[in-house]
Design a binder for this molecule. Structure first.
Ligand code: SF4
Ligand code: SF4
Length: 90
């Protein structure tokens, strides 16, 4: 995925800026701008009420995936919870 701004739709409301968990949006001349912290998570696109953020497939070329048959890839995308001391047992 890749995120792309449609500048003519952006009102500068900053909803996306507040929704981004990675601090990856700056406001430049009243418009949202993605910076290098972007992980392509898509949260900003969901938050925008003005259809100003597009999620696009990052790779549009055809890839022959047949050679990867039988290979499983598991990935987790977690935010670390706040640290808490372990419970005390009496
Ligand atoms: S939420 Fe949408 S309209 Fe508002 S600043 Fe972000 S991109 Fe622009
Ligand atoms: S795609 Fe995710 S990380 Fe990137 S700017 Fe949007 S909310 Fe932030």
């Amino acid at each position: 995925m890749a995120v792309r701004l449609i500048p003519e739709n952006c009102t500068g409301c900053k909803l996306c800026l507040r929704a981004c968990p990675y601090g990856a949006i700056d406001m430049v001349e009243g418009k949202a701008q993605f910076n290098d912290n972007c992980t392509q998570c898509g949260a900003c696109a969901s938050s925008c009420k003005f259809d100003a953020i597009l999620l696009e497939a990052a790779f549009t070329r055809d890839v022959d995936v047949a050679q990867y048959r039988g290979l499983w890839v598991l990935a987790e995308h977690l935010r670390a919870p706040p640290w808490r001391p372990p419970p005390r047992h009496l």
